[in-house]
Design a protein around this ligand. Sequence first.
Ligand code: ZN
Length: 168
Amino acid sequence: MGIKGKIAWSFMTDKVSKVLFQASYREMMNLLMAGSGSVEEINRKMKQIGFKVGETLLMDYADRIREHAGEFAEFASTLGLAYKVNSGQEFTKIWVSDDEQTIKFTDANCPICAGVEITDMPGLQYCNIVSGVFDAVMELRGFKADSFQESCKALGDDVCTWTLRKYL
Ligand SMILES: [Zn+2]
């Protein structure tokens, strides 16, 4: 992260212990696992939690982040910045389709999945909270779009990928 990024970080976000965050997230996931009847239900509930988190984040940062997305493809940069501000690290890769209707965010060092290894719950989207946050931001900014988690390190994939699609 460059000097400019460091300044933005210190101005914009209060830090919280990574261990505290990861441990809290893990226990939230354990609770969802214990109270859900299927992997799909866990994924859906975690995304709903993410949506609520996204509403709060957007409200908190709306005045501070001046560069809101005007076109769908601009979410590639605004959500990239939001991720950096909130996680302290950048996406490994951001990809926008030629027709600008699809955006893929990839993190090879997902802070949520770090140290987590799940082998007995195929289809689980461990860090699906991020998809929910993206859903909230896109909806509250007036876009008809949705997001889903395409790959997940905690489940053995090489990277975590979240895909955003704009409805035609
Ligand atoms: Zn992850």
